[in-house]
Write a protein that binds this ligand. Structure first.
Ligand SMILES: [Zn+2]
Length: 336
């Protein structure tokens, strides 16, 4: 325990390095937040709250001996119920307040336009502010999203837009703590002024995808472990926000890194490929980062279904295996 290197220690954030037992001379980086622990140790997806790895527990013990009382919140039980949005997603009963919903699909499948349609429709009837977080376009003004929501008849004044170009900023926004000390914005700043009606993060897997594609294959499990830790922090943070105010729906949009995603990227598709793409049975589960499947209570697969059409399949949820085909219109995504 004497070997713990404390890099930063405050009552709401700790970062430290812990020596690896299996690989002497190497270290694991641990972050503690009130919403959970993050570690890069391989193969350990610390999804359950009390089930952190030995490194996270070592740091927790270490800060205690230093007189820092670092408390991690217990799991919070938030009520969940269906919320009608006036959009195509109501075909599945609506969105569920209190729990994250995952929208996943390959590039260009229509995930973003679908989410923007839901926001536009819901912005006309919602109570409070819809928070849209863009990590994909690199435009700090969010012009594309604003234009689309306006074109789709949405009320822009009911939507708060954020754009994050670095994971640290997203992490800070959702209860973690980024590297930069300056200009920290958090969802709690929005909550000081308004109730939250919904949060959509488009996409939640952006930084993970970049990181995982830029390391040698043997380092990918440690990126996945860190992502699992962060996603746990973000999700528990959102649950705490709901607990303090009222439950709201959360949409996690994720680009799909899976065999289906690869098949869809292929120019020449075999019969079998096509079958797998349209089958709700095969490869039906989320095969991206495990943690996203763990935290998302409702999951939709989104696939292109011919020119100007999008197919939604509920992979997990009360309407499991139900499929709805929509068309893209100038007013947004509508049930065909
Ligand atoms: Zn660890």
């Amino acid at each position: 325990m004497n070997d713990v290197i404390l890099e930063e220690a405050r009552e709401d954030y700790v970062r430290a390095k812990v020596p690896s037992k299996s690989k002497p001379g190497t270290f694991h980086t641990v972050e503690l937040t009130p919403y959970g622990a993050i570690c890069d140790c391989r193969g350990v997806l610390n999804l359950k709250h009390r089930d952190y790895c030995v490194h996270a527990n070592t740091v927790l013990e270490y800060v205690k001996t230093r007189g820092l009382h670092f408390a991690m919140n217990e799991k919070i039980k938030v009520d969940s119920y269906f919320v009608k949005t006036n959009s195509f997603i109501d075909e599945f009963g609506g969105l569920i307040a209190g729990e994250p919903t995952l929208f996943y699909g390959p590039d260009g499948s229509g995930k973003t336009i679908s989410v923007l349609t839901i926001i536009a429709r819901y912005s006309n009837i919602c109570d409070g502010k819809i928070v849209y977080i863009n990590t994909e376009t690199g435009d700090p003004q969010n012009r594309y999203a604003k234009n689309q929501i306006m074109n789709f008849g949405g009320k822009l004044e009911n939507v708060e837009f954020f754009a994050f170009a670095e994971e640290g900023k997203l992490h800070s926004f959702l209860g973690g703590r980024g590297e930069e000390k300056a200009e920290k914005v958090s969802l709690k700043d929005v909550m000081k002024k308004d109730d939250i009606a919904m949060v959509a993060i488009d996409s939640i897997s952006r930084f993970y995808n970049v990181q995982v594609n830029n390391v040698p294959p043997q380092q990918r499990p440690s990126i996945a472990s860190q992502f699992a830790g962060k996603l746990g922090v973000w999700t528990r943070f959102l649950q705490e926000c709901m607990f303090k105010t009222k439950p709201f729906p959360v949409i996690y949009v994720a680009w799909m890194r899976s065999s289906i995603g690869e098949v869809l990227a292929k120019k020449e598709k075999t019969e079998k490929d096509v079958e797998e793409m349209i089958s709700p049975q095969q490869l039906k589960e989320w095969t991206g980062p495990k943690a996203l499947g763990y935290w998302s209570k409702t999951i939709y697969k989104i696939l292109p279904a011919g020119v100007g059409k999008i197919q939604f399949t509920q992979i997990r949820g009360e309407h499991m295996m139900k499929q709805v085909v929509c068309k893209i219109t100038p007013k947004g995504v509508e049930v065909e």
